[in-house]
Design a protein around this ligand. Structure first.
Ligand SMILES: Nc1ncnc2c1ncn2[C@@H]1O[C@H](COP(=O)(O)OP(=O)(O)O)[C@@H](O)[C@H]1O
Ligand SMILES: [Mg+2]
Length: 373
């Protein structure tokens, strides 16, 4: 899929921007604080509907304005799709696809598929399990709308069930209804586990080969789904459900005592390892970066398998983090994928891409100019 046109109004430090992107490399060069990440974020917003940064939604609107818009034109599977996002201070954001307003922003996920790679993604390796769950949740949601729906449902079940566990002895009714909530938890939780297992298996297949290419066959990459209810490797849904039931039955007293749901996919993790050693603890900085790179490039291939087209790749200032060999590998890998890439160092990237089709833009204080090579 290709993003042809991006229009921005009063978003972050941009007043008015109207960009034509090309279907290969789009390079944005600028010093720190000029708007490079803001620009990538605007495309990401049209894909996921939420920012990947920590800001509140109002902070996306230019400091001096009350509302902003982002509009994007997409070619996907021979269709032209128009995505519009409207933000207004103090109001709920609105999304339109081909001029039709969506009831929920979440419905937009999966229309514009993207893979983003930022220096912050190191947290997928180094951070807590929450970061890894976020990573797989966004990935699977982009290709399986049903997963997103189930995930929302599951979150509500956890909230309700925790409430029941908390008031188990104070509210008599809770003793009667806990079984119902256990069944909800197990039914929906099993579906999520099943999706995750499938996804992680596919991601592993790609990432192992990609990592091997990056490292020159020196190290073996591995990805394992650490399912919180137990080892569910290659099990069918019925067997997963049985394990889940056993886990809950065995531990319900403990859950009541602790006032919280202790078992289920909301506690899952992902183990990323190199030569059988967990990358989080034993990987060097360079190995950890390569591992993330392998995961991100694997993600791209899975989206291609699912929807028949490559997603848009957003690379935020990641080249400076990679050594020359890895830079070369990455640039070569992405030459047939529409990529929006930001950098502070023009020489480096221009040298690396001298034989590639590209469009170069300069960003300065929210203003964007371009020269075409
Ligand atoms: N809502 C906003 N209104 C105006 N400027 C903003 C807003 N949010 C962030 N900025 C400005 O955007 C700049 C940072 O942009 P960013 O894209 O992160 O820079 P970089 O080019 O380093 O990636 C900062 O100068 C910041 O003050
Ligand atoms: Mg930046």
């Amino acid at each position: 899929m290709i993003v042809n046109n991006l229009k921005i109004k009063n978003y972050r430090n941009f007043k008015e921007v109207d960009l034509k992107l090309i279907n290969s490399l789009n390079i944005f060069i600028g010093d720190n604080g000029q708007g490079k990440t803001n620009l990538l974020e605007s495309i990401y917003l049209c894909s996921i509907g939420r920012t990947f940064r920590l800001n509140s939604e109002d902070e996306l609107i230019n400091f001096n304005e009350n509302k902003c818009t982002i509009e994007l034109l997409l070619d996907k599977n021979k269709y032209k799709i128009n995505i519009e996002l409207f933000l207004e201070k103090g109001k709920r954001k609105q999304v339109k696809i081909n001029k039709v307003k969506l009831d929920k922003t979440g419905e937009m996920i999966g229309v514009l598929n993207n893979v983003i790679f930022t220096p912050d993604d190191m947290k997928i390796i180094k951070g807590s399990p929450i970061e890894r769950r976020k990573f797989i949740n966004i990935d699977i949601s982009q290709i399986k709308p049903k997963y997103k729906y189930l995930l929302n449902k599951y979150k509500k079940i956890i909230t309700q069930r925790n409430n029941i566990l908390k008031n188990y002895y104070t509210n008599k009714e809770n003793k009667d209804i806990i079984d119902i909530w256990n069944n909800y938890l197990i039914d929906i939780g099993t579906e999520l586990i099943w999706y995750r297992n499938e996804y992680i298996n596919s991601l592993k297949k790609y990432a192992v080969d990609i990592y091997s290419d990056i490292s020159g066959n020196k190290e073996i990459f591995d990805l394992k789904y650490k399912c919180n209810i137990g080892n569910i490797c290659d099990m069918d849904k019925e067997s997963i459900k049985n394990i889940f039931h056993q886990k809950i039955n065995k531990n319900i007293d403990n859950e009541i005592q602790k006032n919280t749901s202790m078992y289920g996919p909301h506690k899952d993790d992902l183990i990323i390892s190199l030569n059988n050693k967990e990358c989080k603890y034993f990987g060097s900085q360079g190995q950890q970066r390569s591992a993330i790179l392998a995961l991100k490039l694997g993600e791209i291939e899975i989206i291609k398998d699912e929807i028949g087209e490559y997603p848009i790749l957003l690379l935020d200032d990641v080249l400076s983090e990679l050594d020359n060999k890895r830079k070369g590998f990455l640039i070569n890998y992405i030459k047939n994928i529409q990529t929006v890439i930001t950098t502070t160092d023009d020489n480096d990237l221009i040298n690396l891409t001298k034989d590639f089709d590209k469009k170069i833009f300069y960003i300065n204080d929210g203003k964007i100019g371009n020269i075409t090579n």
